[in-house]
Design a protein around this ligand. Sequence first.
Ligand code: PMP
Length: 356
Amino acid sequence: MKKHNFYAGPAILPKSVIKQAAKGALNFNDSGLSVLEISHRTPDFDEVINSAQDLIKELYQLPDNYHVLFTTGGASSQFFMIPMNLLNQDETAYYINTGTWSTKAIAEAQRYGNLIELASSADQKFNYLPKFKVPSKGKYVHITSNNTIYGTQFHHFPKGDIPYVCDMSSDFLSRPIDVEQYGLIYAGAQKNLGPAGVTVVIVRDDMLGKVQRDIPTLLNYETFVKKNSMFNTPPVFPIYLSMLTLKWIKEKGGVEKIERMNKSKAKLLYKELDTNPLFKANIVNKRHRSLMNVTFDMTNASLKDAFLAEAEANGIVGIKGHRSVGGFRASIYNAMPRSSVKVLTELMSDFTKRKG
Ligand code: PMP
């Protein structure tokens, strides 16, 4: 049976990418060797990592003063690597708290400097986006552009004098960005880019080399810059797969095109949620709704298990909400085809006709 994969991450990747990766795992570039068993110090792998960097630069139109790095340890390691590398103990950074991941980022960063929570939506279980103004002084403002668990997404970033540091783990390359606003962008690969195991960091040159503390070599961004992310053995297969996904995004027409497709998918699903009496979107304010993670619930709680069972019977997987929120969540990342979203909305509509 055809599966419709709505998992939040690790998540759906383009079928063609998986096929190419499977081929590369058997015979990489007709070398007679697997991509899994070649040295990272080969011209073949150099080409993989360099094209991955170049494609990110091209897709986001990054100016030359931005570096693209591949790290390990997940986005969670960036929660401490960022303040460790960017913030002196007596300096101030501002954090916007919009959910579990921002809360974790704040907890880690508190070790490395003066932290101010500039705005928070914790008062309403993170089901909206708080307003804020960028302060005129300070090192950076940390923001989570898309809140994977709650289903909110910033569609607008107020301009200011200090740079944003942005956790884009769950909406990386899902839309164009105004690069100049960011001093640093980071994203765990396992939603829009590749498998778990690699994290992308995009950092502006002038953000680096400004802290006094002694940073361990492999936690220092400057090591990654100097060694082209290969001070030690990088996660070769996740980087290879990410490179294939980046090529796929380019072939699709780039991030503008991808955004149009993402908007169309989200519109289809939110429309069903807003018109079907048995379902409701968790995020009421339409301007705060995520195009990546659509969180919803049923108006009749006693029908939830029946709906979930029907979804599974129709090949729809991964729509159970995060354990801290409950209800449902459909993650509709870049690689999710509109046809799969349609299968879900048609089931919702049909279910309501029969049981509503
Ligand atoms: N930030 C966001 C927005 C996330 O969605 C996640 C993972 N779901 C993380 C950070 C943590 O990522 P990792 O598991 O790669 O550490």
